[in-house]
Every structure is written in C-alpha cells, then in structure tokens.
Design a binder for this molecule. Structure first.
Ligand SMILES: [Zn+2]
Length: 115
C-alpha cells in the first residue's frame, strides 16, 4: 500500500458522507451523489484527470469493501472515477454496510431519523 493512498471508510472527502440509505433506496444514487460518471471506468490509475488533466490523481480506498483502491480521485477538481463498473462497485460497497449503519459514530444523523 503506497503512502499516497488514503483510508477513508465511509468518508469520500472531508465534506461528503455516504449513508446506507443511499444504497438501499436507490442504487444509482451513490454515483449521482458523488457525481461519478459511471461510463468512465479506469482499471488502472489514470495518468491524468479526465476532467481537468491534472496528474494529481490518487487511489481512494473504502474500508470494509474492496481490499485496494475502489475509486480514483482527482485532488485538483475533486472528481471521482470508477475502477470497476457500477454494478461491481456497488457490490463492494454493500460489503461495508455494517460500517455504514452507525451514523452516531460519525456525529451525523440522517434527516429521516428526526421523527
Ligand atoms: Zn481533475
């Protein structure tokens, strides 16, 4: 595992949190949420960002899912790209469901629980 890779758990960026309900209610939602273009798949880390051509692209690992990078992220424009197709990516993400069901741990309560 290279030094440049981050372990992010359910946090994709400092400001974005993906909840279990995103997956359960609407499978395509997570990609919309992260503005991921599911037609763009990079099996290997792209040399440069397809959006802004920056070479500051790094692997993004999601704890509890695939043992390795699941996404690529551009540190310039914050675009996120798929390593696997959407279906496979979701399958890996679903493995992390146990990690996603404790919103209190993340000091975040989804709106739906404010009954
Ligand atoms: Zn970029």
């Amino acid at each position: 595992m290279g030094k440049s890779e981050r372990k992010v758990g359910i946090m994709f960026t400092k400001s974005r949190l993906v909840m279990l309900s995103d997956l359960a209610e609407n499978e395509s939602n997570i990609f919309e949420e992260l503005e991921i273009n599911t037609d763009l798949i990079h099996k290997k880390k792209p040399d440069e960002c397809p959006c802004c051509s920056s070479d500051n692209v790094k692997g993004l690992e999601v704890i509890g899912t695939y043992d390795g990078n699941l996404f690529w992220e551009c540190y310039e424009c914050e675009s996120v790209f798929l390593r696997f197709n959407a279906k496979t990516t979701l399958k890996y993400l679903e493995k992390a469901i146990g990690l996603w069901t404790n919103p209190e741990d993340w000091a975040y309560v989804p709106r739906s629980e404010f009954n």
